[in-house]
Design a protein around this ligand. Structure first.
Ligand SMILES: Cc1cc2nc3c(=O)[nH]c(=O)nc-3n(C[C@H](O)[C@H](O)[C@H](O)COP(=O)(O)OP(=O)(O)OC[C@H]3O[C@@H](n4cnc5c(N)ncnc54)[C@H](O)[C@@H]3O)c2cc1C
Ligand SMILES: NC(=O)c1ccc[n+]([C@@H]2O[C@H](COP(=O)([O-])OP(=O)(O)OC[C@H]3O[C@@H](n4cnc5c(N)ncnc54)[C@H](O)[C@@H]3O)[C@@H](O)[C@H]2O)c1
Length: 476
């Protein structure tokens, strides 16, 4: 069997869906190839179920931090109800709804594993072994995402540890859990399972939430410890054994931790083992240009091949991947029609924000919301910066939001251009404060103009006024 389309997308995660959607809206035909569930890692084993799992305990703590409401919230979490709510947000691991969305958007679906078998050609092997050859008149987009990495610790694989996938499908909460890793997945899921009643030990090789402002990992670590998580920093697992169903993890500090279950959260690897060598390319993380075209060994873009989302390793985040997808789908349509390509910095076809204004919210408690460059990142980029910090708990809106509110905010200013280039907020419910900073950074709004963006009283957004006051009023 064979079929021809304008665009062939491999991988129907959030990113592949959006590349196809923009291409179809640009007047092209598109097919997506998927070998698991339409919706990808994000919908079933990552973003959505993890946030659904975290939310009930956050809501309960939110009420407990407000005197008067606290007295009304006295019971424990209903673990069964929490897991059922998580399952409903994962659509019961059934992709019928997303398949219907594809149909309504005019995108075809071919189920099976896709491989690149020639220039502009993808061969799909279905679950029944049947092959289908898909030819792309204009572009093939690799949107195959990532899988979890399991490090080479003796005995670890044999212990069948959970990765994010098993953890987010769990139908029971283990009595005890050892989490290996100190990144976003480790911090979010350690908190989630501790809230659900597991005794959690977190083995962190270096520091928590490396890559963020250092105070983020410090505040999150303190809060996890307060909730009973045993956070061990500077500790690595050296050997794992299973004895009578108990996992025993030997560590390089000489101690052994025993637990009913193990969760590995040590990063991701690409799923680009797609036969790219047939077109002279290597697999691994796929390097791309600003319009998401794959670069060949000589650094030149391959005219017909795109890599979008996690597959290109620019930002392993759903919303940044979907942002890239909008640019990629549109530029594929523009190139197909011979229309101009707008790939200058901040152009409609360039994923500039990946470098300068990428956003992320870590859904721990406290949450960590960040956009753009950290203080260290701005220095590494050679900018002359000024860093302004403020105690988020000292803002009236935060004090009203929760008794004893603890948090911190940082703004990084490029002193030469007098624009904000980075911001980080750590505190309860800061996620939705982030977008103001994203607009300021992507818009390169002069800092003097920001004084005219007046946050309402008494909201937590007054943190922006406090940061400006700390920075100093402009002098005419
Ligand atoms: C636990 C966890 C929580 C997360 N939480 C968040 C969050 O809150 N917010 C956020 O922004 N990001 C979060 N992320 C990151 C987010 O999940 C990814 O950035 C996002 O899923 C990337 O989307 P994608 O479409 O590029 O890849 P994926 O979602 O991985 O989708 C890729 C798809 O391609 C398919 N595929 C792969 N190879 C082939 C092939 N050869 N043939 C056919 N199909 C193939 C896969 O089956 C999959 O469906 C989280 C990640 C984890 C692990
Ligand atoms: N809320 C969100 O936006 C969200 C939530 C979860 C995940 N994500 C995304 O998913 C991606 C993957 O997250 P992650 O936490 O798996 O990866 P990560 O890269 O964020 O963290 C990996 C952690 O594992 C540690 N590590 C690596 N190898 C190790 C080893 N051999 N032994 C011990 N520790 C080791 C690292 O030091 C680090 O602490 C992230 O880039 C993140 O952006 C986003």
């Amino acid at each position: 069997m064979s079929a021809s389309y304008d665009v062939v997308v491999v991988g129907a995660g959030p990113v592949g869906e959006n590349v196809a959607d923009r291409a179809v809206q640009g007047g092209l035909s598109a097919v997506v190839v998927e070998d698991r569930l339409v919706g990808g890692e994000c919908s079933y084993w990552a973003c959505t179920p993890s946030k659904a799992l975290l939310r009930p305990a956050d809501a309960r703590r939110g009420a407990q931090r407000v005197d008067g409401a606290r007295q009304a919230v006295t019971g424990d979490l209903d673990v069964r109800a929490v897991l059922e709510r998580r399952t409903s947000f994962a659509s019961g691991w059934d992709d019928a709804g997303q398949v219907e969305w594809l149909r309504s958007a005019g995108i075809d679906l071919v189920r099976g594993r896709g491989r690149v078998t020639g220039e502009r050609e993808v061969t799909v092997i279905g679950a029944d072994g049947a092959e289908q050859v898909l030819t792309a008149r204009h572009a093939v987009a690799v949107c195959t995402g990532t899988r979890p990495v399991v490090p080479d610790v003796p005995g670890l694989r044999e212990a069948h540890p959970w990765t994010n996938r098993e953890a987010l499908e769990a139908s029971e909460v283990p009595a005890s859990l050892v989490v290996i890793g100190g990144g976003v997945v480790a911090c979010e899921l350690a908190g989630a399972f501790a809230d659900l009643g597991a005794e959690v030990t977190l083995l962190v090789r270096s520091r928590l939430l490396g890559g963020y402002e250092p105070f983020a990992g410090e505040l999150v670590g303190e809060a996890l410890a307060e909730r009973g998580v045993d956070v061990r920093r500077g500790v690595s697992a050296t050997r794992v054994r299973v004895a009578d169903g108990v996992r025993e993890v030997e560590c390089d500090d000489g101690r052994t931790v025993r637990a009913a279950q193990l969760l590995v959260a040590t990063g991701r690897e690409p799923q680009s083992d797609l036969g790219l060598e047939t077109v002279g390319l290597e697999g691994g993380w796929l390097q791309v240009d600003e319009t998401l075209r794959v670069l060949d060994g000589a650094g030149e873009p391959v005219e017909w091949l795109y890599a979008v989302g996690d597959a290109n390793h620019r930002r392993l985040l759903t919303h940044q991947g979907k942002y890239q997808a909008r640019a990629a789908g549109d530029v594929i349509a523009a190139r197909a029609a011979g229309r101009p390509v707008d790939d200058v910095r901040w152009g409609v076809h360039a994923a500039t924000a990946d470098h300068l204004a990428a956003t992320q919210v870590v859904f721990t408690d406290p949450q960590v919301a960040s956009v753009g460059l950290t203080a260290a990142g701005a220095q590494d980029a050679g900018l002359r910066t000024r860093v302004v910090d403020y105690d988020l708990g000292a803002v009236a809106g935060a004090a009203i939001h929760a008794d004893g509110y603890t948090g911190r905010a940082r703004m990084v200013v490029d002193e030469d251009r007098r624009v904000v280039v980075g911001a980080t907020l750590v505190g309860q419910d800061v996620a939705d404060l982030l977008h103001a900073a994203s607009v300021a950074i992507a818009g390169e709004v002069p800092i003097d103009r920001l004084w005219h963006a007046v946050p309402a009283f008494p909201t937590m957004s007054e943190i922006w006024l406090r940061l400006l006051e700390t920075y100093g009023r402009p002098t005419p």
